[in-house]
Design a protein around this ligand. Structure first.
Ligand code: IMP
Length: 191
């Protein structure tokens, strides 16, 4: 596959998160798109003042585009736990604190679920999956080790990234990022 549009080679991925960057690079790489990132370019990290994933993604993309003069690509995402009314949601990164300690953030979530007597898989639903304890696996990033996607026996922390993406022809997109990317690819990269 190749890209015949000006986006190729002139794209900045608006993230400072190495885990996300690796995944976004893999996803874009399928289309022959190489990109630098906001982190690699030393661009400032904007404050995420939005009240939705969409608003925060827009803030990041606009900030990177303005600072670099390039087309920017951003994603804002997080863990949305049903029993916690969708928390941590847009605050997913912040729950890990300044040290970005996701073991601490996962313990916090597990503790809050236990306080609510949420011990069965059905009570521990998050968007598109279930939260397990203890966390499993060293792969991925963020909350991956406690997230068991629906219909699977391995957590995202136990899966190679290609399985987490779950892209065609073997799947129809497994992670939220891969599924969103497929829509973007269809709209902008010739599918
Ligand atoms: P932000 O979108 O940069 O504000 O960060 C969202 C946070 O949500 C990340 O720091 C991760 O902790 C978490 N997150 C987002 N996507 C994933 C994922 O695919 N796996 C695990 N955690 C994720």
């Amino acid at each position: 596959m190749s890209v015949h549009r000006p986006i190729a080679g002139r794209l900045v991925i608006a993230t400072h998160n190495p885990g996300k960057l690796a995944e976004m690079r893999e996803l874009l790489g399928r289309f022959g798109v190489e990109a630098t990132s906001a982190g690699e370019r030393g661009l400032p990290e904007p404050e995420e003042t939005g009240t939705s994933f969409r608003e925060n993604a827009r803030i990041k993309a606009q900030a990177a585009a303005a600072a670099s003069g390039l087309v920017a690509f951003a994603d804002d995402s997080g863990l949305a736990v049903d029993a916690l009314d969708g928390a941590p949601g847009i605050h997913s990164a912040r729950w890990a604190g300044p040290a970005k300690d996701f073991r601490y953030a996962m313990e916090k979530i597990d503790g809050m679920l236990r306080e609510r007597h949420a011990v069965t898989p059905a009570a521990r639903r998050a968007h598109d999956g279930t939260l397990v304890w203890p966390p499993r696996g060293q792969k991925g990033f963020g909350y991956d080790p406690m997230f068991l996607p629906d219909g699977h026996t391995l957590t995202f922390g136990e899966m190679p990234s290609q399985d987490k993406h779950g892209l065609p022809p073997h799947g129809r997109g497994l992670s939220h990022r891969a599924r969103a990317f497929l829509k973007l690819a269809e709209a902008c990269l010739g599918g």
